[in-house]
Ligand binder design. Sequence first.
Ligand code: NAP
Length: 502
Amino acid sequence: MTAQAPWTEETSASEVDRIVAAAVEAARHLAQSTPAERVGWLDAAADALEKVSEELVALAAKETHLPEQPRLRGEMVRTVFQLRLFAQALTDGEFLRAAVDHAEPAWPMGPRPDIRRMTVPIGPVLVFTASNFPLTLSVAGHDTAAALAAGCPAVIKAHPGHPELSARTFEVLAQALTEAGAPEGIVGIVYGVESGVTALRHPGIAAAAFTGSEAGGRALFDIANARPRPIPFYGELGSVNPVVVTEAAIAARGADIATGYVGSFTLGAGQFCTKPGLLLLPKGHGLEEQLRAAVASTGAQQLLNDRIAAGFRAGLSRLVEHSSVTELTHPADSASSERYTPEANSAAAFGPTLLSVSADAFLADTESLDVECFGPVSLIVEYDGPQQLRAVLDKLEPGLTATLHAEESDADQVRALLPTLTALSGRLIWNGWPTGITLSWAQQHGGPYPATTTPQFTSMGTAAIDRFLRPVAWQGFPEALLPEPLQDANPWGVPRRVDGQR
Ligand code: NAP
């Protein structure tokens, strides 16, 4: 451990300036680094974190209310895996999106010069870490891994929910990277709410990534855009994640859907951005008993920290007290009868709460009911026929995911719904649940605002690297001055489109 506890004080403006200046200097070196060098750095970071995984899991358990097994141990595996996955994603050079167009005097719109395009690192990235995944979406988490893979230094804003873990993870990460040959300043860390804003306004920062609340993300997005030189702000904000169930699916496997749904909305005490917050069931579904039984067999869980618990109580109280909403199950808040008041004991463990509303009432006040409530609560909307289902979907805010539980015999109904669901979300799920997010090449974790501030990108999966790359074209350059991936000899052997052909 470091001698002092760096997280106990807000990082001063002058220290933020020093850290960003070091990142700017490191960016110059990183722009010249090869993907092969970066593979070595990422693998070294993964190895180092893996070696101290027991210590990090113990720190995470101390600072959050997340259970070690399987949750934090699973997160640790994922954290190490994603660093190695990004290393793997660098090896074939696909991420460079290289294209070569040789000079073509007979080009139909007029003679074409020799022009060649590929991506380069965008520059120092400011990473606002998330509270709900203290390992995999934090200091050495997915955004940091994507930035480093792209060849960008990462200035990390530590989350106050797990400061000691953040400091220790940073220490291990920074040491592993520099020992593997990466330049000093490739990673930096700042503590305190103001330090994040100071860094975001710093002219040396070229992009920012964020996972958290809609209010926080929007405030920071506006700051990024109000800079004299605005920068891309990749915010992953909130999502309600509707699940649509058809009559045929209920007839075929209603009980499984009830248990699967309760398992999904209570996973991690409902603190997943992909928690299914709305279940759209056909009127007369008859699943009440199965749903109540599934809820009754799910234990109460503590929320991450006081702030999240207070936010949950406030959101839950707004939903429960809505005049059209009924409680299908009663919450088992173990610590207080004042379970909805923000002052109630924050250490309380919350049992799941399942609420229900008719589609008519939902349509009459969608603004109050189509809301993310971070914690173990979900709302069932009972729709009366396909037309009303469409009307409900048409009124929803976009999100990260949309899920369908249907049968092959529903093909026509599903085909009619797909354009709406596609417009609503970044990931469509067939007969599964949205909470688990695998990391791979085809993953898409994003969606139109308010799911994210940049719907054309993903914040998870290997394609997340695209956020930190900027395309550049070289026109008329001699072979010797071109970057290797664009030279005719293609010495790195990267995949390219040459004169329009693959
Ligand atoms: P948050 O309040 O949005 O904070 C996330 C990070 O951004 C923190 O480091 C925070 O700094 C910083 N931040 C937020 N607003 C800011 C502002 N106006 N100016 C400067 N910095 C700001 O998220 P949280 O603490 O993780 O959890 C709160 C809520 O976020 C939850 O109840 C939930 O609704 C939502 N959430 C969503 C996701 C998701 O996956 N989309 C994940 C986690 C949480 P400080 O903490 O130092 O103020």
